[in-house]
Design a protein around this ligand. Sequence first.
Ligand code: NAD
Length: 466
Amino acid sequence: MSNISVIGAGYVGLVTAACFAELGHRLTLLEIDPERLSTLERGVLPVHEPGLPELWQRHWAEGRLRVTSNYTLGLEGSEFAFVAVGTPSTTNGKPDLRWVRQAARSIADAACGPMTVVLKSTVPVGTADMVARIIARYSRSNYSLPVVSNPEFLREGLAVFDFMHPTRVVVGSDDRKAAEAVAELYEPLDSPMIMCDSRTAEMSKYASNVFLAARISFINEIALLCDECGVDVVQVAKVAGMEPRCGDGYLGAGLGWGGSCLPKDVKGLLYMAKSRRVPSPLVRSVLRINQRQPGVVVGKLKRLLGSLEGKTIGVLGLSFKANSDDMRHASSLSVIALLQEQGCQVRAYDPVAMKRAAQLLPAVTFCSDAYEVAAGSDGLILVTEWDEFKELDMRRLRSLMNDPILVDGRNFYDPEELTQAGFICEGVGRRGVGSKKAETALTSSRKEVRQPALSGASSSRNTLSQ
Ligand code: NAD
């Protein structure tokens, strides 16, 4: 059993602390944000992460976990200090390392015994060396404080599982003894272990995230072509993903990637390349394609509705992905901004992210469920693929809407089923699926509006308004 400190009570820090406690260690979590700290002190977790509350409450009750903002107290007797502070992008894509530097300085000031400093935050190549320099400069003791890179690969929404079942553990340091001590902490997890230097560890994390982003941008480029050719991108991705040399993950066409990691890490890699004058046209395109996707999806809605001006649009899902309340770089933000720019009123619902979303989206009407979103809407966009949206009574949903238009921004629904439920729907790269039906429905629906007397149809709630 070791004494471990974790610096930063965000998604990564909380999960790291709870999971190391689960592995039998004694944990202290250091957090400088007073609001976050007091939330934790009340026994409440500040983030939504499945499986975390159970772990947290158990180890908290058993005294294996504690939280503080006091570095002297927090580092006392610790053998390891895991740094899990945020590293967001600045405006030019450069990762903002101020919290990493601040944590390094605080460790140097407060350390009163030998301790290994472990960098879990995603940081550009050379940051471990920088942290070692800060510690060497400000440390008040003569104790050894080696620095080890240990990038984190967990996924929000599955973070506890991912921590306990890592696909790989990367430990980077020139200090062999320190690296081995960190590797030993992960031994019970029985995962592939990569021992390397810190610069390789740092670069491997960026390369891994950019590779994921590239796969999604790739399939989104294919999706555009599928739309034009009348081919279903979902089937195309399934076939391409059966290639054993590559695998099938991250080949879902749609609104693209968001969240706290991929956007900033793609930009971070571009910044690293630019500052070293290394051309990176592929990664640049990966970013551009992703920036285009919200416009592609909103454009589909506009085409189906004829115009967006004055329309009420419902947005299903706000968080950047299902099973998370994280709104950082969520596609919903760009989609809603585009809708509002075009004169739409927006109604929205998300199972867990509405509190965070309300701080970012003041002009949106937040609803208590998907049916309330649909009531009076002229069209819907599915933005986040929450399981509960699969369970909806689609006929009831449609019956509440002014127009039965649904754009599926995640290719989440079966287009045939939506069409059967009376929707005029479109996914991304799936115009060929049920599209003939959708186009026919669209044309006849428009005719109904133009010729109500001829068709005998009144302007029913489910008739497309122009
Ligand atoms: P976060 O923003 O959710 O949390 C960071 C926390 O650190 C905040 O609570 C902040 O108040 C605290 N903090 C900042 N400076 C501090 C200091 N000097 N001392 C104590 N606390 C301090 O961040 P996150 O999403 O957990 O990500 C942390 C790092 O891990 C980032 O570099 C990120 O790229 C990386 N990462 C994140 C994920 C993810 O899914 N979120 C996955 C893998 C890697």
